[in-house]
Design a protein around this ligand. Structure first.
Ligand code: GDP
Length: 421
């Protein structure tokens, strides 16, 4: 994938796509091992109501690390996709391995997601592995938000972590929050876009919105100004408004942050402490506000039966083309996790494995949630689901409409190259 946009869009952009497609976020959490990816994922599932009991990493009860080997080794090995909802949006969380040994798996998961949250440790800042995952995400043009986690730790410092984002990753940070209190006394954040305080009172699972504490008002205003200036530097329409009026409205600022996130020129930075359950809800709000939906994605390219390159738009009315990115053998059966790129996959469909020329039957389509599966009749372009039925599909296999073959990924060395009939 290259840059998704060439022209700066105006700051009031009407959405033209179908609402169902725009209300989906295919999201990955990228992180160095130990930065807190599992904890962030767990808190997201908790905040969205997908699970009701918070899992703790040390208890081995987290939802995404369901593999025993993973649990034993304390690292995430196999990608899993879990769906949850937030603010009227469906978030499909695609687990990406954080360990450098699984680079192929990281790359494949980067391919199927549309946007990511990169988690950093507020004490360590950018670490070598976060650097390599960041570069891979750059290569795939994945828009990202940075979440500086562990602000409760001794030695945590948002500004130092932000400096390392700038220096080590060449990122242009747009710091959208100001922490309230530090280390053990970290109690909330100032949301610099809406200029309000978000506070997590002790012993509460939710947060309260309120006025910016008096002592922080000057600093919040200074930082808001900096955020507006950086957004204006990066986005022509924002610059125009900034020059004309001397400031950006909250809505224009939010739109500018979305645009620069989508074109990859800037990175919105949020912060919190996943472990203390602080900062995850605003992070979800930012995922919905700034990261792309499948409708924002360019058409996918593949090779057609004749060998020529072909494009397919993320349009439910086109012939089906889906990429398998994970196969898991579970109690429910052999689950093939798919990203549907075009068309609508229906229960009972016969699909073609474009790499081998074999046909497979889609017996069931499942939405995988934290603790259960929901049966679906169909999955439209942009969706991520698991299917039961395909017997030989593996990660990297394209499943497509038999009458319109399209190979999305060249078969790997493990899979013999068989031309598409
Ligand atoms: P992963 O390897 O990136 O999946 O990281 P984990 O979520 O397993 O977290 C690694 C360790 O950091 C665990 O012991 C967590 O309890 C701890 N941790 C995660 N988030 C935070 C946080 O916000 N604050 C503190 N102090 N510890 C955290």
């Amino acid at each position: 994938r290259t840059s998704r946009r060439t022209l700066a869009t105006p700051l009031s952009r009407p959405s033209l796509s179908s609402p169902s497609l725009t209300a989906v976020r295919n999201l990955g959490i990228l992180a160095h091992v130990d930065a807190g990816k599992t904890t962030v994922t767990e808190r997201i599932l908790f905040a969205t109501g997908a699970v009701h009991k918070r899992g703790e990493v040390h208890e081995g009860t987290t939802v995404t690390d369901f593999d025993t080997q993973e649990r034993d080794r304390g690292i995430t090995i196999f990608a899993a996709a879990v769906s949850c909802s937030w603010d009227g949006h469906r978030i499909n969380l695609i687990d990406t391995p954080g360990h450098v040994d699984f680079a192929d798996e990281v790359e494949r998961s980067l391919r199927v997601l549309d946007g990511a949250v990169a988690v950093f440790d507020a004490v360590a800042g950018v670490e070598p592995q976060s650097e390599s995952v960041w570069r891979q995400a750059d290569r795939y043009g994945v828009p990202r938000i940075a979440f500086v986690n562990k602000l409760d730790r001794a030695g945590a410092d948002l500004d130092t972590a932000v400096a390392s984002l700038r220096e080590r990753l060449g990122a242009v940070p747009l710091v959208a929050q100001l922490p309230i209190g530090h280390e053990d006394g970290f109690t909330g954040v100032v949301d610099l876009v809406r200029m309000r305080a978000l506070l997590w009172p002790a012993d509460s699972t939710g947060y309260e919105k309120g006025a910016i504490p008096d002592g922080l008002r000057g600093e919040a205003e200074r930082r808001r100004r900096l955020l507006e200036e950086t957004a204006a530097e990066l986005h022509p329409a924002a610059l125009e408004e900034f020059c004309a009026t001397g400031a950006l409205t909250d809505d224009s600022l939010a739109l500018a942050l979305r645009e620069v996130t989508l074109d990859g020129t800037g990175t919105v930075v949020l912060c919190g402490s996943a472990y203390r359950n602080r900062g995850v809800e605003p992070l979800l709000d930012a995922v919905v506000a700034y990261l792309p939906s499948p409708a924002d994605m360019p058409a996918v390219r593949g090779s057609s039966a004749g060998g020529g390159e072909q494009e397919r738009a993320p349009d439910p009315a086109q012939p089906v083309a889906a990429l398998a990115f994970k196969v898991a053998v579970t109690a429910t059966g052999r689950l093939t996790y798919l990203r549907v790129y075009s068309g609508t996959l229906r229960k009972g469909d016969t699909v073609l494995d474009a790499g081998t020329g074999r046909t497979e039957r889609v017996a069931r389509i499942l939405r995988v949630q934290a603790d259960r599966h929901t049966e679906l009749d169909e999955a439209p372009a942009g969706d991520i689901v698991a299917v039961v039925g395909p017997k030989t599909a593996r990660a990297g296999t394209t499943l497509c409409a038999p009458h319109a073959p399209l190979l999305l990924e060249p078969p790997g060395t493990a899979e013999p190259v068989v031309s598409v009939a």
